[in-house]
Design a protein around this ligand. Structure first.
Ligand SMILES: Nc1ncnc2c1ncn2[C@@H]1O[C@H](COP(=O)(O)OP(=O)(O)OP(=O)(O)O)[C@@H](O)[C@H]1O
Ligand SMILES: [Mg+2]
Length: 244
């Protein structure tokens, strides 16, 4: 059964009356347990797409179903419930709350979803352990490296056991060791059944997905499937073709 279905998604932003088309008709289906990577040049609509899939924003046109729920037709409060219960989101900029420590950042979505404080603390401790952050619960985001902040954001996204994990990878500056650690974690969660849709600029990261989708100008312009996959060099070759 598909966890996610999107049909003819369009998004036009309005900037002071000027229309900015960001998505121009995207169709996507993601099956349970799949790991899908999305690649494409800066500004092609990747974050816009993830935001719509998560119910963080609404499409101008088109339909989105997450575990069969029509996200495009839900009001804001129902979309908030969906984000809390069904979808985990790691933002491009992490979006950790600066005046909350690591433990509180991670536990917050669980508490908002009505999980007891004891249960939230237990889940948080397990996740921080699994993510190599067991010694950081009382640290504040500014005291962490980029890779550590990304792992905290991942813990926060996973604490409610989301059916679908959406990850908007940072464009910038994860050093390769932090990048490798985060990748290893994502692969492990996927091996344990977690469905993942990930935006990445890194062909090596994409090469671990079962499917790589290439985007340009708000459209899907090609994909590579597991069978023909994943030598990073071939992913890079296709990406360069798309960007040319
Ligand atoms: N809130 C907004 N209001 C107006 N225009 C926006 C808004 N968000 C994004 N855009 C525009 O929509 C287009 C797609 O942006 P988006 O952030 O989805 O790109 P992206 O593929 O995620 O890029 P990057 O790789 O740099 O993160 C761009 O032209 C961008 O300027
Ligand atoms: Mg983006």
């Amino acid at each position: 059964m598909p966890v996610l279905e999107a049909y003819n998604l369009r998004k036009i932003y309005r900037n002071n009356g000027v229309a900015v088309p960001a998505l121009n008709g995207v169709d996507l289906q993601v099956e349970t347990g799949e790991f899908v990577a999305i690649m494409g040049p800066s500004g092609c609509g990747k974050s816009t797409l993830l935001h719509l899939l998560a119910g963080l924003d609404v499409p101008t046109q088109g339909e989105i179903f997450v575990t069969g729920q029509p996200v495009h037709a839900l009001n804001e409060s129902r979309r908030a419930v969906l984000r809390r219960r069904t979808v985990g989101f790691v933002f491009q900029a992490y979006n950790l709350i600066p005046n909350l420590n690591v433990a509180d950042n991670v536990e917050l979505p669980a508490l908002l979803a009505g999980v007891s404080p004891q249960e939230a603390a237990q889940r948080r401790a397990q996740l921080l352990e699994a993510l190599g952050l067991a010694d950081k619960p009382t640290a504040f985001p500014t005291q962490l490296s980029g890779g550590q902040q990304q792992r905290v954001a991942l813990a926060r996204a996973l604490i409610n056991h989301p059916t679908l994990l959406l990850v908007d990878e940072p464009t910038g500056s994860l050093d390769s060791r932090s990048g490798n650690e985060v990748l290893a974690l994502l692969r492990r969660f996927n091996a344990e059944g977690q469905t993942i849709v990930l935006v990445t600029h890194d062909p090596k990261v994409a090469s671990f997905a079962q499917r790589v989708i290439f985007m340009r100008d708000g459209r899907f312009v090609g994909q590579m499937k597991a069978a023909e996959r994943p030598d990073p060099a071939r992913v890079l070759e296709r990406l360069v073709q798309v960007m040319a």
